[in-house]
Design a binder for this molecule. Structure first.
Ligand code: FMN
Length: 386
């Protein structure tokens, strides 16, 4: 008889909506503006609910992620913060100082997401004019300098994109060093992850596609004598019944116009040069009638949202089953989100976490006090005797 030990529960992260939040995609009705007070509500909720961390997106349309994470770190206890390192936008030595400061301020709760960017128009606005693969070449140099500095080395570096003389970091980070996550899907991106990163992130693509990306990243890391961990980025629409879940999915995109879909599709496929973004757009092809791309995997969000465009939709048991399939491929971390992010974080924690064995301790609430949420044994006996 073979005894298989179940895998460890997933590390389940959530998302801070630093460009705003809402109930309907593509509509101004019931929108929430990007305010620090709201980010704090989401961060404090997910910290208490047992999420392991939060991703803060980076880009022109987002509130600045390092400043936001610094504020949130002071009002949370255990939550980790996945914040972007931006080669080309920020200098590596300065990024190393920011890294150490935020890691110290949060007492070792900082994680780094290496983002080279995938939209040349937006990158030009930040002063970055390099073509796709050269951005990765620059990122490789950036990470060598950054890694040296945060590991306490003195750095002298002369490369194609950066030159550093007698670089040093006087205040070290708490973690030695804080881990690097990475989410590009191109060949050059996977090479960078294989060479210098710890955890490779994929968008929520169907199982076979994710399996292919993991195999490629894993073998390229192995060729360098390295091992990678893996994570996936998905939205979640979890309800008690499947019908309710699909109704919620339909409602979320019910106010998007055809014109909005067309404009977004053009941006994803013509303006952007990100391979990952192109793969996400190809899942639905800009069509509302092609949104179910795998069992319980729905591409509706990606009609108008760049990046994470798929959601797992279904009952807690169905969604947990789908996640276990990804987990069997080697995924150990999930970065989730849902609209609106505050309410959906509760749904995920209350409906899905029990299925996944996450934060089990929190549910051991004493029912010594009888109220409308529970009936204790004494009350039951009294009721049946009377
Ligand atoms: C989980 C995850 C989070 C990402 N976050 C951001 C982000 O906040 N801002 C951004 O511009 N790109 C983000 N990206 C995109 C990539 O970092 C990368 O810049 C882009 O996909 C181009 O790379 P590629 O052509 O190798 O796919 C993210 C990707 C993943 C998988």
């Amino acid at each position: 008889m073979t005894v298989t030990t179940p895998p460890d529960p997933l590390n389940f992260f959530w998302f801070i909506p630093t460009y705003g939040d809402g109930t309907y995609l593509g509509s101004e009705t019931q929108q929430r503006p990007p305010e620090f007070g709201y980010f704090r509500e989401v961060a404090q909720a997910v910290d208490r609910l047992g999420f392991g961390g939060v991703l803060l997106p980076t880009g022109q349309a987002c509130e600045e992620s390092w400043v936001t994470a610094s504020g949130l770190a002071t009002v949370t206890e255990k939550l980790k913060f996945l914040v972007a390192l931006r080669p080309g936008v920020v200098q590596p030595a300065y990024a190393a100082r920011q890294t150490a400061a935020l890691d110290r301020l949060s007492n070792g709760r900082l994680l780094l997401n290496v983002v080279v960017g995938g939209n040349p128009v937006e990158l030009a606005g930040d002063g970055v004019f390099l073509p796709h693969d050269q951005r990765y070449e620059q990122a490789a140099e950036f990470l060598r300098i950054w890694s040296g500095l945060v590991s306490g080395e003195r750095v002298d570096f002369s490369g194609k994109h950066y030159r550093i003389e007698k670089g040093r970091l006087d205040f070290p980070p708490v973690q030695n060093p804080p881990p690097l996550y990475f989410g590009g899907s191109s060949e050059a991106g996977i090479d960078l992850a294989a060479e210098q990163c710890e955890l490779y992130l994929t968008w929520g693509e169907p199982l076979e596609a994710v399996a292919g990306k993991i195999a490629a990243a894993r073998s390229r890391a192995a060729a360098r004598g390295r091992k990678l961990r893996f994570g996936i980025r998905l939205h979640f629409i979890v309800r008690e019944t499947e019908a309710e879940a699909w109704a919620a999915a339909d409602k979320l995109i019910s106010r998007i116009s055809d014109e909005q879909i067309e404009i977004a599709y053009k941006r994803f496929t013509q303006q952007m040069d990100s391979v990952g973004q192109r793969r996400m757009a190809e899942l639905h092809g800009g069509r509302r009638d092609k949104l179910l791309v795998a069992p319980n995997l729905w591409a509706g969000v990606g009609l108008v949202r760049g990046g994470a465009g798929t959601a797992l939709v279904g009952t807690p048991a169905q969604v947990a089953e789908r996640l276990r399939e990804y987990q069997a491929l080697g995924i150990d971390t999930v970065i989730g989100s849902g609209y609106p992010h505050l309410e959906e974080s509760y749904r995920v924690a209350e409906l899905l976490f029990p299925e996944l064995g996450i934060n089990v301790a929190r549910r051991g609430v004493s029912r010594a006090i009888q109220n409308e949420f529970g009936v204790d044994e004494t009350a039951r006996k009294l009721a049946s005797a009377s």
